[in-house]
Write a protein that binds this ligand. Structure first.
Ligand SMILES: Cc1cc2nc3c(=O)[nH]c(=O)nc-3n(C[C@H](O)[C@H](O)[C@H](O)COP(=O)(O)OP(=O)(O)OC[C@H]3O[C@@H](n4cnc5c(N)ncnc54)[C@H](O)[C@@H]3O)c2cc1C
Length: 437
């Protein structure tokens, strides 16, 4: 198995690395690559910043270790290699009446990446985070292969769930899938006129899956307007056909200029009739809407983009409104802006979720946007919230302890699993995550 030197990037393309990558296809090849010591593992690099980068060092790309190893229909437990993508699991199992219990907004995320970030989905308020549905996992640590579960190794489990790959290489996992009605989604879409209505509808929603799209360019009385989507799985219905597209080149700078985004958002808002509507969609279209535009990250041009995502407690909704106000007045936001209500579920010391509201907005990689994101981060800390490692590329180490109160417990467990720091990635280095107090 050869190591190949390559330039590679996080999904936002603003942070890049050069280093050696290997892509083993079998467990024996993985073991051979690790015989001289641990190397950080990465998935599909759908983390926006530097969580999956190791500049000047090595990484193991796990995406060829993607087999489904066994499924028990009596319990719904799927044994799967860490490089399998959630979208593929959903496509294979939804027709049989099962779905991954938690799915992020891209089906390209791997099982290993979903564990490494303890991802959340549109059902977090009911189902909690991804790792709450991980029964056990096989982890290669400095001490060899370990079977990790909540019952047998609770501290190591909590350090691995959302632990950014710092406890070892996840080889495979046993996931408890959720029963579903079938492989289509019945989605109710309705216009939301402003921030207060958006929060009230998210609070009142009883749907299994709920998400709000926000027009982050709307100001004044229209601040916080958007579209609320509520979804349930269904069967025996014919969804509308989805067309897949590709962004063939890096878009020019004007493609996402303020006036264009404002016009796009206004049209997108009006695409749903004022009286609302119910539509039938393929599951991939509802859960992974952006995946149908391949390489959409090129829309931001060569300099790439940043996503700001934070979560604040329920009582800090007014602070989140002020943050949105600042975003909308800046004229820097892109059309991609999402508001969700989260429940309390989180499985790891460094898991992102907390009970509250999460806002995610994309910005082009420009000096004014980076400055705005830094201000938003400070407002988030003041509001008792936290930012998401899967999206961040700009925070500093000193920001982290206030947001992640279990950081010391994570550091202690990581120091046992990887005493030599062999698994340190660019994000962990940038934030001094394994040492900052
Ligand atoms: C369009 C889009 C929508 C998204 N929507 C959501 C969302 O709704 N909710 C949400 O929570 N996230 C969301 N994300 C973020 C995404 O789900 C996470 O970044 C996820 O980690 C990506 O998986 P990946 O396979 O690309 O992992 P990578 O980005 O490659 O890696 C993520 C982390 O996991 C570690 N890791 C990966 N594989 C292994 C392994 N086998 N062993 C040990 N460590 C490993 C890496 O070292 C790294 O620290 C979204 C991302 C995109 C691009």
């Amino acid at each position: 198995m050869l190591w190949k030197t390559a330039d590679y990037a996080g999904w936002g393309r603003a942070l890049t690395a050069t280093g050696e990558l290997a892509r083993p296809e079998r467990r024996s090849a993985l073991d051979a690559l690790l015989q001289d010591g641990l190397v950080p593992a990465i998935g599909m690099r759908r983390s926006y910043g530097d969580a999956a980068l190791n500049d000047g060092g090595r990484v193991i790309d796990m995406t060829r270790l993607d087999r489904m190893l066994g499924f028990d229909p009596a319990t719904g437990i799927l044994d799967v290699e860490a490089g399998a993508r959630v979208g593929e699991i959903a496509a294979a199992f939804a027709p049989k009446g099962w779905l991954p219990a938690v799915m992020p907004g891209t089906g390209f995320a791997t099982v290993g990446g979903c564990i490494g970030q303890d991802v959340h989905g549109k059902n977090h308020h009911h189902a909690g985070s991804f790792c709450e549905h991980v029964v056990s996992l096989t982890l290669l640590t400095a001490k060899g292969a370990v079977e990790v579960s909540r019952e047998k190794t609770p501290e190591l489990f909590r350090a691995t769930a959302g632990g950014l790959g710092q406890t070892g290489v996840i080889v495979s996992a046993r996931l408890r899938l959720l029963p579903c009605k079938g492989d289509v989604m019945v989605v109710t879409e309705r216009r939301v006129e402003d921030w207060d209505e958006h929060i009230a509808l998210l609070d009142a929603s009883e749907a299994t899956y709920t998400v709000g799209w926000i027009d982050a360019t709307a100001t004044g009385a229209a601040l916080g307007r958007g579209i609320l989507e509520e979804g349930e799985t269904g069967s025996g219905l014919v969804p509308k056909r989805v067309r897949y597209r590709k962004v063939p080149f890096d878009a020019p700078k004007f493609a996402l200029a303020g006036p264009i985004v404002r016009a796009f958002n206004a049209a997108y808002y009006r695409r749903v009739p004022a009286s609302g509507r119910t539509v039938v969609k393929p599951i991939s279209d509802f859960f992974f809407p952006l995946d149908k535009i391949h390489d959409w990250n090129r829309l931001y041009g060569k300099r790439g983009f940043h996503q700001f995502q934070c979560v604040v407690p329920l009582s800090s909704a007014p602070a989140l409104r002020d943050m949105l106000d600042e975003i909308a007045s800046s004229g820097l936001a892109s059309p991609l802006a999402v508001l969700k209500r989260m429940g309390p579920g989180r499985a790891g010391f460094l898991s992102f979720p907390m009970e509250g509201y999460t806002l995610a907005v994309d910005f082009p990689n420009r000096a004014e946007a980076r400055e705005l994101i830094r201000r938003l981060k400070s407002l988030c800390v003041d509001a008792g919230g936290r930012i998401y490692f899967a999206k961040d590329s700009l925070a500093r180490g000193t920001d982290i302890p206030a947001m992640y109160p279990d950081l010391a417990a994570w550091q202690a467990e990581v120091a046992k699993a990887d005493p030599d720091g062999a698994l340190i990635t660019d994000l962990v280095r940038r934030l001094s995550l394994r040492s900052v107090a």
